[in-house]
Design a protein around this ligand. Structure first.
Ligand code: ADP
Ligand code: MG
Length: 493
C-alpha cells in the first residue's frame, strides 16, 4: 500500500452548499439569522401551512448572478425551480425547492494554485483550472436536534430557523486529483464568495458545507471508477483527511479483488475513517418535477451586464495585478489572494513599508505560520499593517536583525504596539556600531586561528562560521553586513 501514489490516481468532484447573504429566506419573508432561539425565525411558508405560496427572493437571484459571473460561467436566461421530493422530519413540505435540469448558472471554472514542495524557496505553485458544472438555487432544510438537554427530554426536536434559508449549490467537474487540490479549490471558492459578497462562507456557522465525491483508478486509465460521496465535511482539514481515508479504503477494496459500490459515506474525524451511510439514491428516487407554484425564472441580459459592471476586483484579477505591478511570484500572489482580508492586509502593509516583496515574505512566512498554528484569521490578531510595515522598515534598514525582529513580531501579534519603541525598550537594536563589533570580531579571530588561516588561504566558506560566532556573542543583535565586512577587513587586511 505504501507506494499507492505511483499506481493509483484519485478523481475528486466537490459539491458545495453555501448560504447566500440575504436578509430573508429564499421563498418567505422570515429573517435569516444565526444563533437565534429555535423556531424564532420562521414564517408560515417555511412551516408549509395550507394555502401558502412561495415568493422568490430577488436578492438571492442577484447573488447567484454575481457568483456566476465571478466564476466565468453562463448565467442562463431561463431557469426552472423543481421539487425534490423526500421525507425528512425537518422538511415540513415533504419536498425541497431546488433547480434540476435548468439551473441558474452553468459551465464555469476557476483557477486554483496548489503549493508543491520544490525550489530553493521551499514552495512553488502549480496552477490548475477546475471546471464548475453548475450552480443552482435551493432552500435549506431545518435541523433535527438529538440532544436531550436541548430537546427538553424528548428524543428529538426540530428547529426550523434554517428551513428556507437560500443556498447556492456549486458542483465542480471531477477535475481534482489530490486532497490538497480539493482543499485549495475550496479555499479559492470561499475567497471568491467573500470577495463578491455572495456569502460569508463561514464553515463553522454551517454557511459553507462540502460533500466530496471520490473515485480511484489505475494510473494511465482514462475512464472513471465508481464514486462514493462523503457528506458534510466542515473544515479544510476534514476535507483533505476524509478524501485520503476514502481513497485508501477504495484502493484496499480493489487490491483485495472487490468492487467499490456507489454509496453515501460519513466521515469520523476522530478515527480518520469513512463509513457507508446508505447506498446511493438515484435522481429517480427524488421524483423531480417543475414546481407548479413558481413560474420560470427569466433574467434579462441587461441585468446580467449591470451586475457585471458592479463587481469588485476579483481574486484572480488581483492575483494578476500583484504579479505584474508589484513583482510578486505566482506562488506569492496566489497565496495572498486566497482571502480578501489577507490581500487587503498585504496591500496596506506593502504601501506603508514601500516594499511589496518584503511585505509578501513576512506575511507568507511569519504571519500565515502564526495564523495556522493558532487557527486564527488575520483580523483576530493584534497585528496591523502599520505595525508590520514598521517592523519591515526596521529590518530592511538594518536597524534590527532577523532574530530580534522575530522577537518583536511575536509581541506585535499577541499584544500589538509600536515596533520601534519595542525595539528600543527591549534593547533589540542591531549593533552596527563598529566599536562593539570590532571587539567581538577580535575575540572570535583569537579563538579560531585555524579557521582564520583557512580564510587567509583563500577559502571563503568558513567565513559564515566566524560570522555566526560574532552574532552569537552579540546575542543576535549585530548587523550581519557590518559583521562580514569587519571580519574580512581584519583577516585579509
Ligand atoms: P449527485 O446529485 O448524485 O450528488 P451531482 O451531479 O450533483 O450528483 O454531483 C456529482 C459530483 O460528483 C460532481 O462534483 C462530479 O464532478 C463528481 N463526480 C462525478 N463522477 C465522478 C467520479 N467518477 N469520481 C469522482 N467524482 C465524480
Ligand atoms: Mg448533488
Amino acid at each position: 500500500m505504501r507506494d499507492w501514489r505511483e499506481r493509483y490516481e484519485l478523481v475528486i468532484g466537490i459539491e458545495v452548499h453555501t448560504h447566500l447573504k440575504t436578509a430573508s429566506k429564499l421563498f418567505s419573508p422570515a429573517p435569516v439569522r444565526y444563533g437565534e432561539e429555535p423556531n424564532h425565525a420562521v414564517h408560515e411558508i417555511d412551516l408549509a401551512l395550507p394555502g401558502v405560496l412561495p415568493v422568490l427572493n430577488e436578492q438571492a437571484v442577484e447573488l447567484a448572478i454575481r457568483l456566476g459571473l465571478a466564476i466565468h460561467a453562463t448565467v442562463n436566461p431561463v431557469s426552472i425551480f423543481a421539487r425534490k421530493n423526500y421525507f425528512y422530519p425537518d422538511l415540513p413540505k415533504g419536498y425541497q425547492i431546488s433547480q434540476y435540469e435548468d439551473p441558474i448558472v452553468s459551465k464555469g471554472w476557476l483557477d486554483v494554485d496548489v503549493a508543491v514542495p520544490g525550489g530553493a524557496k521551499g514552495e512553488k505553485a502549480v496552477r490548475r483550472r477546475i471546471g464548475i458544472t453548475r450552480a443552482h438555487l435551493e432552500e435549506d432544510a431545518g435541523k433535527s436536534i438529538h440532544d436531550d438537554a436541548i430537546a427538553g427530554g424528548a428524543d428529538s426536536a426540530i428547529d426550523l430557523n434554517r428551513a428556507g434559508v437560500p443556498l447556492l449549490e456549486i458542483v465542480s467537474e471531477p477535475d481534482l486529483r489530490t486532497p490538497e487540490e480539493a482543499s485549495a479549490y475550496l479555499r479559492t471558492l470561499r475567497g471568491i464568495l467573500r470577495a463578491v459578497d455572495v456569502s460569508d462562507a463561514d464553515m463553522e456557522k454551517g454557511q459553507l458545507r462540502c460533500d466530496a465525491n471520490v473515485s480511484i483508478r489505475r494510473k494511465g486509465e482514462t475512464t472513471f471508477g465508481t464514486r462514493t460521496e462523503i457528506k458534510n465535511l466542515n473544515s479544510f482539514t476534514h476535507v483533505e483527511d476524509a478524501i485520503l481515508a476514502e481513497a485508501l479504503r477504495q484502493i484496499e477494496l480493489v487490491e483485495d479483488g472487490k468492487a467499490v459500490v456507489q454509496a453515501t459515506m460519513g466521515y469520523d474525524p476522530e478515527r480518520k475513517r469513512t463509513h457507508v451511510q446508505r447506498l446511493k439514491e438515484n435522481a429517480d428516487d427524488y421524483r423531480y418535477f417543475p414546481d407548479p407554484d413558481l413560474i420560470e425564472l427569466r433574467i434579462d441580459p441587461a441585468r446580467i451586464e449591470a451586475v457585471r459592471a458592479s463587481l469588485p476586483e476579483l481574486p484572480d484579477q488581483m492575483r494578476a495585478r500583484f504579479e505584474a505591478a508589484l513583482g510578486l511570484s505566482a506562488y506569492e500572489a496566489g497565496v495572498l489572494t486566497t482571502s480578501r482580508s489577507l490581500a487587503e492586509f498585504f496591500e496596506s502593509t506593502a504601501s506603508a513599508c514601500g516594499s511589496p516583496k518584503s511585505a509578501a515574505n513576512w506575511i507568507i512566512r511569519d504571519v500565515l505560520r502564526v495564523l495556522k498554528e493558532r487557527d486564527l484569521e488575520i483580523e483576530q490578531t493584534a497585528l496591523t499593517p502599520a505595525m508590520l510595515a514598521g517592523l519591515i522598515r526596521l529590518v530592511d534598514g538594518g536597524r534590527t536583525t532577523a532574530r530580534s525582529a522575530a522577537e518583536i513580531f511575536a509581541i506585535l501579534v499577541t499584544e500589538g504596539g509600536d515596533p520601534e519603541r519595542l525595539m528600543v525598550e527591549r534593547g533589540l537594536e542591531a549593533v552596527s556600531d563598529t566599536g562593539a563589533i570590532d571587539g567581538f570580531a577580535d575575540q572570535v579571530i583569537a579563538a579560531h586561528p585555524d579557521v582564520v588561516a583557512q580564510i587567509r588561504g583563500g577559502d571563503d566558506k568558513p567565513l559564515n562560521f566566524l560570522m555566526g560566532q560574532v552574532m552569537k556573542r552579540s546575542q543576535g543583535k549585530a548587523e550581519p553586513g557590518s559583521v562580514r565586512q569587519t571580519l574580512i577587513r581584519k583577516i585579509r587586511g
